[in-house]
Each structure stands twice: as structure tokens, then as C-alpha cells.
Design a protein around this ligand. Structure first.
Ligand code: SAH
Ligand code: SF4
Ligand code: F3S
Length: 468
């Protein structure tokens, strides 16, 4: 394993504490973990709370207005914690990372002058240098929002700290799709795929440490086109097959996909690779072709239906989840009715739905014909009612079935363990801690809110099977 000089262990006796607060998507969760590994390599100790920490990093999300507003209210609260720290003779450095940092840069320093560092998602590997400078020169604020030519993943620690039997693994970053409502192409930059060898190494490293399930991450994960060991570009289907060959890796998932990039090889992988779990998050946003065109989604509602049909032809038990936006500019009652129609026809096992939020700099923010907030809310409520009913129906349909469960951790009650079904549902079973990390079959007996309850039927690792 190679280390850059920045990541060499710091042996200074005085341990400093770092607290990272993460907002937004799984990609931010993954990035926060990588930053934490690089900071513990520098001698920092992880602190569960901001109070008293020497460094606080907010890893932020810009996707909707509410998400970025949260950052400024948190910065207000942290100002008081900074004062308390200063009263004890210490210094709390404050850093804003992530997508708000990328989108707003200097503006953050204007609104929150107590911030020391602002740095975007592509510059995390430069954190040790930035920190050294901030420590040397108190009051010298730094803003890093480049999209550097070097790959940040090459410079982050390779040896991951593992907590649990499931892990995220970023394989692709950025997006070239430019949906008219979305900030991601601006905050994360253009699509970049990591090489196959780096991903396989990271997956082997994780598996050697007890990880049994990886979720491959990317803003547009199925646009993956990394260089393979053969010098050719590999798609996601091929990568999934190579990962499935790793001993000990029982389950593979990926998120988030775009319907346009659901190619035939990937669809076949769903039919042919048992380790690829039969649960897919495939955002559709709307069921109206007029609105999909205005969103620049580059697919129609029927394209989406056809993709789902093909996927279910090969994997009949495939459960789907999706993202929806209500009240996009110009959305009429008829457009919204088309969304409800699509939802009824396809059937989703889980979903996320949001009121449209105009984001600065995106094409849709300049569109006229805004939908009144009350209408957005009414539509959101109607959609969520339907999606909730579908989720409950799907969960109820699992009662009476025998499902393989990857046991993850102890449950809330003594003697209870919690795991996940292939369809990502939490499943509670009676059992002991030595089951953690194993896949066991359970007979599903009941449902309480979003959790299933069942009884284990085997004590050895089962092979994954479809929901019969
Ligand atoms: N890359 C993914 C998701 C990115 S963001 C994709 O292609 O779909 C996650 C979800 O946030 C999106 O799917 C969308 O439903 C929602 N979203 C993004 N921008 C939004 C906005 N301006 N207003 C409301 N919801 C938004
Ligand atoms: Fe945003 Fe569209 Fe890219 Fe998804 S595909 S990240 S919604 S621009
Ligand atoms: Fe938010 Fe950035 Fe993820 S805007 S959703 S944290 S890519």
C-alpha cells in the first residue's frame, strides 16, 4: 500500500478531535468516511459531537433550498460552540465541505465569517495541506472549489476503516445529464469513472475486513465506464460480474441510476448474477412526457415502462424504488395525473418524492409558469399517499414468504438481531450476535410500520434466492 506523505501517521502526543456532520446523499456519507480516515491518519480522534472539537466539518448538500439553508442555521449554532472553546483557551476550526461549498464558495465566508475552510467535493485529498495552513495562519480563510485534474481517490487512504457488514463504494462521480432542475452537474462536475482495478481492490479490502455487502455509488452510477485491466472500457454490468466473483462478497447493490443508462448488459446482469440484489432505485421524476422533456430527462414515460418490463422479464421479483418531483414549472393537473398513472402501473416498493425547489443557476429556475406552493404540496401529499400504500402492500406481500436475510447487528431487544432482505427491508429475528455477517433464511411473519419480523429457519449461510 502506498501513502502520500500527507497521510503518514502523526505521532504528536496532543490528540485533536474532529467532528464531521454529513448532509445529503450516500456519496457524502462515503466522502465523510474517507475524510475521517485521512484525518485519523493525521492523529485526529473522532468526536461524536461538535462541542469541544478542534475541527468541525459540515459536509453539505445543495440539492433543494431547505438542504442548503440547514447549513447556515448549523453555522449559527456552531459560532456559540466556537466561543465556548475559545474561552477555554482552545480554537475550533470550522470547515464547510460538499456541494454547498462548491456552489457558493466565497459567499459562505461573507455570510459566516467564522468559517476557516471552504472546499468542494473534488478536493478532499488536499485537506491535510489546507489544514496545516489553517493551523499555521489563524484567520487566513481558504476556499478550494477547483475540479483538479488528479483523481481524488488516488490520494485518499486506501485502507478503509470498516464498521459493520455493509459498505458504500464510490465507483463514479459527477453527471453530464444536466436535468434542468438539478445542481449536481455543477457541484460534482462531469462524469468520472474509477478504474476497475481500484474498485476491485477496494472491494477485496472491504471483504477481507468482514464486509458482505457493497453498495456501488455514483450520481449516475450506471453511466459507469471505467478502464478495465484489459485496457478497454467496462460498463456497470461487467463490473458487477467481476465483483460477484470476489469470495465472501454476498451481495451487491448500486445507486443512483438513470433510466437512459440501463443498458442490456446491466439488465441481463440482474437476471444472471445472484449476488446482484433484486432491488433497484431508478428515478423517473414524472410520468408526463411533456414534463420529462422540460426536465431534459431524455426519456419518456413509455421508455421507463419498457425498461421495467425488460428488467422484470429477467428478474420477476425485482422491487423498484424511485424519485419524483411535484410542481415542476408548467406541471398541469393532467401532467400530474400521468405521474399517478405511471405509479399505479409500475408499482413501487419504496420511493422518495419532493416538491420542486428552484435552484440558482439551473435552467429551470428561469422558467416561468411556476406552480403555486399549495398546489405542489397537495400533489405531493396525493402522490405520497399512493406511494405509501404501495410500499405497505409490497411489505405485506412478503408475509408468509421465506427470504434470505443478511444479519447486520443486534436489534433493540435482547436476543433480537436485525438484517436486511434482498429488497432492502429491515427484518427482525430472534438470534445471537454470532449470526452477524451471515445470510440466513427467515420465514416472514409480520409487519410493524416499515419493519418485517420473522423466524430463522437455518443456521448456516444460505445461498441467495428469489422471493418465491
Ligand atoms: N442522480 C440521481 C439523483 C440526484 S438527486 C438521478 O438521476 O435521479 C436526488 C433526487 O432529488 C432527484 O432524483 C430528484 O428527484 C430530487 N431533486 C433534485 N433536484 C431537485 C430540485 N431542484 N427540487 C426538488 N427535487 C429535486
Ligand atoms: Fe441531477 Fe439529472 Fe444528473 Fe441525476 S441525472 S444527478 S437528476 S442532472
Ligand atoms: Fe446533495 Fe451533492 Fe448529494 S447536492 S444529493 S450532496 S451530490
Amino acid at each position: 500500500m502506498t501513502h502520500t506523505p500527507d497521510q503518514t501517521k502523526d505521532t504528536r502526543p496532543n490528540t485533536r478531535k474532529v467532528h464531521i456532520k454529513t448532509y445529503g446523499c450516500q456519496m457524502n456519507v462515503y466522502d465523510s468516511e474517507r475524510m475521517m480516515e485521512s484525518l485519523t491518519g493525521l492523529g485526529f480522534e473522532v468526536s461524536a459531537e461538535a462541542e469541544g472539537a478542534d475541527l468541525v466539518i459540515l459536509n453539505t448538500c445543495h440539492i433543494r433550498e431547505k438542504a442548503s439553508d440547514k447549513v447556515y442555521s448549523e453555522l449559527g449554532r456552531l459560532r456559540e460552540a466556537q466561543t465556548r472553546k475559545a474561552e477555554t483557551g482552545g480554537r475550533m476550526m470550522l470547515a464547510v465541505a460538499g456541494c454547498v461549498a462548491q456552489a457558493e464558495g466565497d459567499e459562505i465566508l461573507n455570510r459566516a465569517p467564522q468559517v476557516d475552510l471552504v472546499f468542494g467535493p473534488q478536493t478532499y485529498h488536499r485537506l491535510p495541506e489546507m489544514l496545516a495552513k489553517a493551523e499555521r495562519e489563524a484567520g487566513a480563510q481558504q476556499v478550494e472549489t477547483d475540479f483538479p485534474a488528479e483523481d481524488k481517490f488516488d490520494h485518499l487512504p486506501q485502507d478503509r476503516a470498516v464498521d459493520g457488514v455493509t459498505a458504500f463504494l464510490t465507483i463514479q462521480e459527477g453527471c453530464d445529464k444536466f436535468c434542468t432542475f438539478c445542481v449536481v452537474p455543477y457541484t460534482r462536475g462531469s462524469e468520472q469513472s474509477r478504474p476497475v482495478a481500484a474498485i476491485l481492490n477496494e472491494a477485496r479490502n472491504l471483504t477481507a475486513k468482514g464486509v458482505r455487502e457493497v453498495t456501488l455509488l455514483g450520481q449516475n452510477v450506471n453511466a459507469y465506464h471505467g478502464i478495465g485491466p484489459d485496457g478497454r472500457e467496462w460498463g456497470l454490468g461487467r463490473l458487477v460480474r467481476a465483483l460477484a466473483d470476489i469470495d465472501g462478497l454476498a451481495r451487491i447493490r448500486y445507486t443512483t441510476s438513470h433510466p437512459r443508462d440501463m443498458d442490456d448488459d446491466l439488465i441481463r446482469a440482474h437476471a444472471e448474477v445472484p449476488a446482484l440484489m433484486p432491488y433497484l432505485h431508478l428515478p423517473v421524476q414524472s410520468g408526463s412526457d411533456r414534463i420529462l422533456a422540460a426536465m431534459n430527462r431524455k426519456h419518456t414515460a413509455d421508455d421507463f415502462r419498457r425498461i421495467v418490463d425488460k428488467l422484470r422479464d429477467g428478474r420477476p421479483d425485482l422491487a423498484l424504488s424511485s424519485d419524483f418531483i411535484t410542481g415542476f414549472p408548467g406541471e398541469t393537473d393532467q401532467d400530474f395525473a400521468d405521474t399517478l398513472k405511471l405509479v399505479r402501473e409500475v408499482g413501487f416498493a419504496a420511493s422518495f418524492s419532493f416538491k420542486y425547489s428552484a435552484r440558482p443557476g439551473t435552467p429551470a429556475s428561469g422558467m416561468v409558469d411556476a406552480v403555486p406552493d399549495a398546489v405542489k404540496s397537495d400533489r405531493l401529499q396525493a402522490l405520497q399517499q399512493l406511494l405509501d400504500a404501495q410500499q405497505e402492500a409490497f411489505n405485506l406481500s412478503c408475509i408468509g414468504k421465506r427470504l434470505p436475510i443478511l444479519i447486520e447487528k443486534p436489534g433493540r431487544h435482547p436476543g433480537q438481531m436485525v438484517g436486511r432482505s434482498p429488497y432492502l427491508q429491515p427484518v427482525h429475528v430472534d438470534g445471537s450476535a454470532d449470526l452477524v455477517g451471515h445470510v440466513h433464511e427467515a420465514d416472514i411473519e409480520s409487519l410493524q410500520s416499515y419493519s418485517l419480523f420473522g423466524t430463522l429457519v437455518s443456521n448456516r449461510d444460505s445461498t441467495e434466492r428469489a422471493c418465491a
